[in-house]
Design a protein around this ligand. Structure first.
Ligand code: VG1
Ligand code: CO
Length: 547
């Protein structure tokens, strides 16, 4: 193996987003684009010109188009960098939560995950790369910022002239001094699941005829769900649908929400609907859970799991605390208060949960964007959430809907919705946010669109563990009864900008829990329009996605 030093150049826009670097596949196909990013990463991790002696790197992705090409390029760069071992998922496959589990169980120094998560794939679709540190979690802003700055100044990257490695059979091969180990992508994650949940109780549930329909959306969740649900827990074959990971996700959008999984929703509302429905996203870290004729909102899901966690073996000791991203509804806060544990509010993105989890301050975390997880790994985890729900249904004897209604009865319902305005020209979206931020100081005390505003701010977060500060994390406009509107721009899109408008209203009155959500939130929608002037700024009459 010969080390090669090849030219690179600064590329525009290798900035970190909410979850790593995400761009069109065609952008990643530019010569040296991926290599520039990886060189900058390795330089920050090990020091420029320094080797990664003795360290192990985990490598895998969600199997989307360009995955294999990227894996081979990174293997050559890792060998040139002197890594002792690279653990690659078979076929180049690792779901995001599985990569986190592998990093932790094998005590790797970190891992590279290739995914654009819920974004569409294929030659015209999206690709992404992110680095997770030794705790198994997404790199903190400190590191991603430093990597970005370094991408701007590199002139060369180091690789080697080795041929492609065979990734389809398990086993080890040498690449120069580096041992490339092709591992079973499912085994480590399944072992973690076995240690947390009452598999016997779930097995009993399926044995009694309980029916689950799990839509893997032609993405990487399929093999994981199949191995555990059908392989170990006795769910009938076919429980996991669209289970084969496809490079283009069948041309669909692997984002588990009612808008992108209409087939699943239709099935769960049919006369012969199964008892529970579920779906996971491109890299299997998100989850959607449905009951018969009932969609569970992700914020409610987190609250239900928190309320009943002590019924599940892995959380029998109770919770140290709960954390949710700022736009996520306050249902979890209400449960945490009743449990007598703290509830932390963090900026959007899983990386902000890492320190709290590492410090043992929280056990469960969640986001409104169909993400739930715990201290078992340092990523959100789709299959984990589904198993948690199955475990609760098995031990409480309650249906999915009954569990959610129990939450509402006890704590009131946090009526919640998110409206996304996609593919807005970037300057227009930025102007909207800039003008809104200018107006912010004047909003408190005003009545706008018939709503009396109590306070408004631009969310900023100081990490209680390392003191790092993150500003401009989203504008909050809050009413006296704690109803609120949150507005922020997405950090994961690849086409123009996406404005996210989050709406929440607490409804204590059980007689009003079944009013249509959009109707209940209409006054807040009007408030959002009046304070942010969404229509004139975006030129859009209505959101592209309402979930
Ligand atoms: C979105 C979600 C955020 C999530 C992120 C990554 O970010 O809102 O909650 O953590 O995606 O999820 P943004 O910046 O577009 O709102 V995943 O499953 O795409 O890794
Ligand atoms: Co994802």
């Amino acid at each position: 193996m010969n080390i090669q030093t090849l030219p690179t150049r600064p590329f525009e826009g290798q900035q970190p987003g909410t979850s790593g670097l995400r761009k069109k596949v065609t952008v990643f196909q530019q010569p040296a684009y991926l290599e520039n990013f990886v060189q900058a990463l390795f330089d920050e991790l090990h020091g420029p010109g320094q080797q990664a002696r003795g360290q192990a790197l985990v490598l895998g992705g969600d199997g989307r188009f360009h995955n294999r090409v990227a894996i081979q390029a990174i293997l050559r760069m890792a060998a040139a960098r002197g890594y002792a071992r690279v653990l690659v998922g078979q076929g180049g496959i690792l779901s995001t939560p599985a990569a986190s589990a592998v990093i932790r169980r094998h005590r790797a120094s970190g891992g590279i995950i290739l995914s654009a998560s819920h974004n569409p794939g294929g030659p015209e679709g999206d690709f992404g790369i992110k680095y997770n540190t030794a705790n198994g979690g997404p790199a903190p802003e400190r590191l991603t910022g430093a990597v970005y700055r370094r991408t701007l100044s590199l002139s060369h990257y180091q690789t080697c002239d080795a041929p492609d490695m065979a990734l389809d059979a398990l086993g080890s091969q040498a690449l120069g001094e580096t041992l490339v180990e092709v591992i079973d992508p499912v085994a480590d994650h399944a072992a973690v699941m076995r240690g947390l949940f009452d598999f016997d109780a779930i097995r009993g549930l399926f044995a009694r005829g309980f029916r689950l329909h799990y839509d893997a959306m032609w993405a990487v969740g399929g093999p994981y769900a199949r191995a555990v649900l059908e392989g170990e827990l006795g769910a009938p074959a076919g429980t996991v649908a669209h289970a084969m990971p496809l490079e283009d996700f069948g041309g669909l959008h692997p984002d588990p929400n009612p808008a992108n999984a209409p087939e699943l929703v239709e099935r769960m509302f049919a006369a012969d609907a199964p008892d529970m429905g579920a779906a996971s996203d491109g890299d299997a870290d998100r989850n959607m859970v449905l009951g018969r004729g009932f969609v569970v909102s992700p914020s409610d899901s987190l609250a239900v799991l928190a309320a009943h966690a002590h019924r599940v073996p892995g959380y029998r000791q109770g919770l140290a605390g709960v954390a949710r991203s700022m736009p996520t509804s306050t249902a979890a806060d209400r449960v945490a208060r009743a449990l007598g544990v703290p509830c932390h509010e963090t900026p959007t993105g899983w990386k902000f949960f890492g320190n709290l989890l590492d410090a043992g301050q929280v056990t469960l975390c969640g986001e409104e964007s169909y993400g739930t997880g715990s201290n078992h790994v340092r990523e959100k985890d789709g299959l984990w959430a589904v198993l948690f729900w199955l475990n609760l249904v098995a031990v409480t004897g309650q249906s999915v809907e009954q569990l959610v209604r129990g939450l509402w009865r006890e704590h009131g319902r946090c009526v919640y919705s998110r409206h996304d305005y996609e593919a807005i020209p970037t300057e227009r979206a930025e102007r909207l946010m800039a003008q809104l931020r200018e107006r912010l100081p004047t909003l408190a005390g005003q009545t706008i669109a018939g709503q009396a505003i109590a306070w408004a701010d631009d969310f900023a977060y100081t990490d209680p563990v390392d003191g790092s500060r993150s500003e401009h994390q989203g504008v909050r406009v809050v009413l006296a009864d704690s109803s609120r509107v949150v507005l922020r721009l997405s950090g994961t899109g690849t086409e123009g900008a996406t404005l996210r408008v989050y709406l929440e209203r607490h409804e204590p009155d059980p007689a009003r829990h079944d009013l249509p959500v959009q109707q209940a939130l209409a006054p807040l929608v009007a408030l959002a329009e009046a304070v942010a002037r969404i229509r004139p700024h975006t030129g859009m009459e209505r959101p592209s996605v309402t979930s």
